[in-house]
Design a protein around this ligand. Structure first.
Ligand SMILES: [Zn+2]
Length: 82
């Protein structure tokens, strides 16, 4: 006799940190700077939130697109992901 286990696996959507910062920006808790915090240019499209976890705290920096791409690549290299 087989008991059918009606176990419904709840898929809890683990929200990415990106959503958190975007929500914080929308809520006015975080102010998105106009200037890139890396190269100090003012990107037309605005800055993007870049997350780095170099220490325990999740740090957010606002970068222009080219700096964001560079930062992501450097971050990946640092983590050993090829
Ligand atoms: Zn930049």
């Amino acid at each position: 006799m087989w008991a059918v286990m009606g176990r419904i696996s709840k898929v809890v959507g683990k929200r990415h940190a990106r959503d958190g910062i975007n929500n914080a920006i929308k809520a006015g808790q975080v102010k998105r700077p106009v200037w890139c915090q890396q190269c100090h240019t003012k990107p037309q499209a605005g800055t993007e939130a870049h997350h780095s976890k170099h220490d325990r705290a999740l740090r957010v920096r606002f970068l222009c697109k080219p700096c964001h791409v560079k930062a992501d690549k450097a971050h990946r290299r640092g983590k050993g992901i090829k």
